[in-house]
Design a protein around this ligand. Sequence first.
Ligand code: NDP
Length: 487
Amino acid sequence: MRAQPKGSHFINGRFVEDENGVVFTSIFPATGETIAKLTSATSSTVDRAVLTAKQAQPAWAAMPPVERGRILRRAADIIRERNRELSELETLDTGKPIQETLVADAASGADSLEFFGGLAASINGQMIELGGAFAYTRREPLGVCAGIGAWNYPIQIACWKVAPALAAGNTMVFKPSEVTPLTALKLAEILQEAGLPDGVFNVVQGFGDTGAALTTHADVDKISLTGSVPTGKRVMASAAEGLKHVTLELGGKSPLVIFEDADLDNAVSAAMNGNFYSSGQICSNGTRVFVQHNVLEDFLSRLKERTEAITLGDPMDPETQMGPMVTNDHADKVLTYLDKGKSAGARLVTGGGRTKVEGCDRARFIQPTVFADVTDEMVIARQEIFGPVMSVLTFDTEEEVLARANDTEFGLAAGVFTRDLARAHRFAGQLEAGTIWINNYNLTPVEMPFGGVKNSGIGRENGLAAIGFYTQEKSIYVETGDVESSY
Ligand code: NDP
């Protein structure tokens, strides 16, 4: 097995196994090849990981913040040095094309470690003048954080959670998706090589029950989940039992609104990036593309031509622009949505089914698909598909499209294309979403907070905002005069 890790779990600086865990495999989606065999963590292994994180936390929090930050920045440097190896592993685990993973996955993780490493020494409270007294506040870590990840951006998700958590003096137990278990273990090794003390970052593998063992654990103080809305609701309900802090990065059905004055080639580029990157397996994708009537057919013809030029292939081939779906089960789910689109009467502009790639016979490749004439109530316009399926809708007025764009249970992201500055900002201000792009789509620089509203989540990752979700504020009142007695 060409990607077998030294062990399934990483606890207290060592790889360990759980003999009572369930054996599961990691599969290269393009060929069906088993690349690693691991065991899931039973509750006793979860206990061990949480206890280790709890014991390591006071010393980690007491370390001068500039030193904590230096370790994270060193880890960022090592990730960049080993980017090719990490990218190949991520491609093997997820099936995403190597031309994507080389620039988007570990690289984004390194940015996160660098950003929060640099920030660690500036996490401060404030001083408050009270007249004859004063108060100051301290930003203190929460304690032990549990990170739980989805399978679409495994190392990025791990880094986006571990970097702010550790910068603020917390420790972490991270559970990757069992579909993509490998790069979190590499991250643990890299952090250790960068000088991270044992026990500060731990990895446990497993299924939903391992995640649930973390969310219900009495010694876990905060849970940060990236996953689907149903899992988010379950995690929040179990966190409520212990009044734990939560950050939830969940799904979406985001609108991308293209006005007739937009630069149409840029709008097509953004719609393609926001629907086909990572085979459409991205939470913030702009899967409801609203195009103003006058430019609809022009938009569709440019989109069709460029979509049909996308190269599907072996994800390890540097020429490949789109790989297979992460698992066959997930591909089958996406295919059912293609049927639903067709039977609801949507106009199939291009794609619409499976396609074969030579040498990857066991993989499920889905053609990049565009439906036009989609209406608001169609299932393909309401539910998250998480595949390369774009729904194009049309509109007449700004007022109308705003109401329709906001008519969804989700609120992760949204985009607007227009050359009218006033309209762009007015519209962005009224869209109900956590992240809005004007004249671009799906860029998530680490400096900018990212997260959802409505059913798309709670809390923010990235940016200065993330620190607020990994710390709690303590107020300290200081008397400089006498105590005024009431008695
Ligand atoms: P899931 O919600 O199925 O799983 C997410 C993680 O939670 C997995 O590690 C899963 O383990 C674990 N889990 C499952 N049940 C529980 C439970 N009861 N308690 C604790 N943990 C549990 O999501 P997917 O992995 O299928 O990822 C796709 C989803 O993630 C999409 O909806 C997508 O929109 C969302 N997502 C959101 C992002 C964001 O930033 N907003 C980014 C990327 C994806 P296991 O895998 O073993 O089931």
